[in-house]
Each structure stands twice: as C-alpha cells, then as structure tokens.
Ligand binder design. Structure first.
Ligand code: XUL
Ligand code: CO
Length: 439
C-alpha cells in the first residue's frame, strides 16, 4: 500500500525537553503511571468524521482541506477505501489504538436504505481486514440520524412514524456494523432530538418515543451479542434549540424516568459541557455519581464563541481536572478518549492533522501525569476527606445512616448551636495545585 502522508513520520516519544513538533513530549505509551501503562489510561481514538470526512467548510464558505486521499469522490467505493487507508496510516503513525464512526462517515449513502447497507457491508469488510492486520480497534460506533433532510425534525422524536421507522432501521444496521467491527461502545447523540418551539411540539410523545427507540436498540444489540456499553452524549443546543439530552444530569434523569439508567451510560464531551455552562470535570463527576461514567469526547471549545468548535484540546489545566475525575471514577473500561476534534479551517494540510493529534495526545498525557502527581501528593484528597469528616461520627453518622429525622435533628440543634463554619480554602487549594502542577 503506497504511503499517503510522506511528510508525517512514525511519531516517537522525545521527552519533555524535545523540540520536534512531530514527536511526543509527554505521551510515552508504555510508561507506567499509577501502576498502569499510559496507553491503558488513555485509550486514544480517531473520529472518522472529522479526520477523514471533514473538509473545513463553515456557514460562510466551502472546505479548505483535500480529503480525497488520491481517489475521486464520485467513485464512492474507491474514495471510501482511500479514507480507510488514510485513517489506518495516520493511526499507525500516531500510535492511536482506536477509532469511532458514524455509518455515513464510512461510505456515501446510496439512493435507498438497501443500497446504503450493501455499501456499508463492503466497506466494513475492508476495515475489518485492516483492523486484523494492524491490531487497531473500534471504540464505538453510532448512527447519523441528523444530517439528512428527512431528519430535520428529529429521528426518534420525529412527528412522522415513517421517519422513526427509518431511523430505527439505520440504528439497527449501525449496531450490526459496530458488532462486526468489535466496537466496545455504541453512542446516541441526539443532534435533532429536541425542538425549536412548543407551538408545534408534543414533548411528552417525543420523549416517550425517544426512550422507546433506545430500549429497542439496547434489546436488539444484546440479542445479537453486543457486550459493550451504550452511551448518551449530552449536548444542550446546536443544532436544536432545546435538546432533550441537555447535560449529564438531564440525560440521567431521562434514563432513570424510563428505566434505562442501568443500560445506558454517558459519553461526555468537553465542548458540550461548556456549551451547557458546565466544566468538563463537572460533567464527568455527575456521570460518575450517577453510576453512568463511560467514555469521553476529548476536545475543547472556545468560551468566547457560542457554538461547538471541536478544537483539539490544549488546555492542560482543564484536561488535568478531567483526568482526576476519570481516575477517581476508576478509569476507562469499555470507553476511551475520542478526539471529536478538527483542525482550524486555515490549518489545512495533513501535517496539521498530525499536529492536532500530537498536541491533543500530549495534552492528555501531561494531564495524566499531573493528575497522578495530585493524587500521589494526597493533600487535595485529604482536605476533602477532612472537610466532610463530621459525617463519620456522632450526629453526622446518624444523618448518613438514616437514624436521625427532623425531630431528632431539632432536639440536637436546640442543644448544639453550630460553630462558625470552616473555611473552604479555595484559594489555598488553587495555589497548592499550581505548585504541584507547575512547581
Ligand atoms: C456533535 C458530536 C457528534 C457525536 C457523535 O456535536 O459531538 O459528532 O460525537 O454523533
Ligand atoms: Co462528540
């Protein structure tokens, strides 16, 4: 197979003092951190859609990158195969062990569902061969039920049952493809599962139908032997104004209401968190406390912009806070760290893709090192432990054990005026973290 990216070498670890931008400064896959190789903490994944399909178009202009990879687009199968070749070359050169895909990323859709499915069968045979030859794995698959005009009013939440049925058929196929490719996850991102105005919307029916569709998907996947995790990927807006999966808390509430919480976890995306006015670490923590932490879409938004910019992550502080949460949640099992990220429109060469991944991977590798240092230091965890120590004994322990009700607490309060509350010491902790991280 001829090399598509001669300017991108096999990227090596050069150490923190190295100056080569096409080498890793912090990501050393086999180095152990907290008793585990970095590559197991950080199951990096390439997003097929951005890396192999996205061409840099925006609302005001067409693409700026060439993603033909030497094949003409109108020769759809040759082009789909060229994308596979390009993806595997990049993943191998960058030591990326996983990929994620939507059905429509893999090959252009046909005129009919049957024709699309035939094309998908052929291209996934080709992908499977490359996976077997390289050891690269599928992290998760998903179904694009938001781009085509038929999904303009949603898929599972469409007012039209024919559209619901079509979405169900596409999801069925996407699950089959995920199983065929050995994916350990299946994602629901409800881009248009929401609404613009109550004037034309039956919210109750839409929510019930969305839950019905997810239940069908879980049941079918289990019936064909899917052992991986399901994830909702919360996002508050864009493209819909009101999205039903606004944030982790909203999505968990939806799952709990429909009895799906044990079946479906969260794929938390950084840029979606900030669009919902949350930090990424807040969203990961909320998933963890609901027993629903699964996977992450590691990217970064621009807080000055109100939309999803899907940038490669470079903010080490934020990534460190996220890695702290992931480590505390027990790390990834079936999930991983998918770069749902694209280079800026003016970063339009293949080398820019490599720089994007290297910067993103190094950011998370450095974040892992810093999070490990914070955990090993122990003062942060000790502080939190001490702050809540009152709940370990006495009246606090009675509250936690459910032994005290309002009457008992009133009797206690009448005898025990609270002392002045202890300082939260936020600024001290922030300074301490800086010294541990940058010290
Ligand atoms: C959109 C988004 C999606 C999901 C998969 O904002 O993040 O690409 O990750 O459908
Ligand atoms: Co995403």
């Amino acid at each position: 197979m001829s090399e598509l990216f001669p300017n991108i070498p096999a990227v090596k670890y050069q150490g923190a003092s190295g100056q080569d931008p096409l080498a890793f400064s912090y990501y050393n896959p086999d180095e152990e951190i907290l008793g585990k190789p970095m590559k197991e903490h950080l199951k990096f994944s390439l997003a097929w859609w951005h890396t192999l399909c996205g061409e840099g178009s925006d609302m005001f202009g067409p693409g700026t990158y060439d993603k033909e990879f030497g094949a003409e687009k109108r020769d759809f199968m040759a082009h789909a195969k060229a994308k596979v070749d390009a993806g595997f070359e990049l993943m191998q050169k960058l030591s990326i062990g996983y990929f994620c895909f939507h059905d429509t990323d893999l090959v252009a859709e046909g005129q009919t569902l049957a024709e699309s499915n035939k094309r998908l069968d052929e291209i996934t045979d080709y992908i499977r061969q490359r996976m077997d030859a390289t050891g690269i794995k599928c992290l998760w698959g998903t179904c694009n039920a938001f781009s085509h005009r038929r999904f303009m009013a949603g898929a599972g939440t469409s007012p039209d049952p024919d559209i619901f049925a079509y979405a169900a058929a596409k999801i069925k196929k996407a699950i089959e493809l995920t199983v065929k490719l050995g994916g350990t996850g299946y994602v629901f991102w409800g881009g248009r599962e929401g609404y613009e105005t109550l004037l034309n919307t039956n919210v109750q029916l839409e929510l019930d139908n969305l839950a019905r569709l997810m239940r069908m998907a879980v049941e079918y996947a289990r019936s064909i032997g899917f052992k991986g995790d399901f994830y909702i990927e919360p996002k508050p807006k864009e493209p819909s104004k009101h999205q039903y999966d606004f944030d982790v808390a909203t999505a968990c509430n939806f799952l709990r209401a429909y009895g799906l919480l044990g079946d479906i976890k969260m794929n938390v995306e950084a840029n979606h968190a900030t669009l919902a006015s949350h930090t990424f670490s807040h969203e990961v923590r909320m998933a963890a406390v609901n027993g629903a932490f699964g996977s992450i879409d590691a990217n970064q938004g621009d807080l000055l912009l109100g939309w999803d910019t899907d940038q490669f992550p470079c903010d080490v502080y934020d990534a460190t806070m996220c890695m702290l949460e992931i480590i505390r949640a027990g790390g990834f099992t079936n999930g991983g760290l998918n770069f749902d990220a694209k280079t800026r429109r003016m970063s339009n060469t293949p080398e820019d893709m490599a720089y994007g991944f290297i910067t993103g991977m190094d950011t998370y590798a450095l974040a892992l090192r810093k999070a490990a240092a914070i955990i090993e230091d122990g003062r942060l965890d000790n502080f939190v432990e001490q702050r809540y120590a009152g709940y370990k004994a006495g009246i606090g322990a009675d509250i936690v054990a459910g032994k005290a009700g309002l009457k008992e607490l009133e009797a206690y309060a009448l005898q025990n005026e609270p002392k002045s509350p202890a300082s939260g010491r936020q600024e001290m902790l922030e300074g301490m973290l800086n010294r541990i991280m940058y010290g």
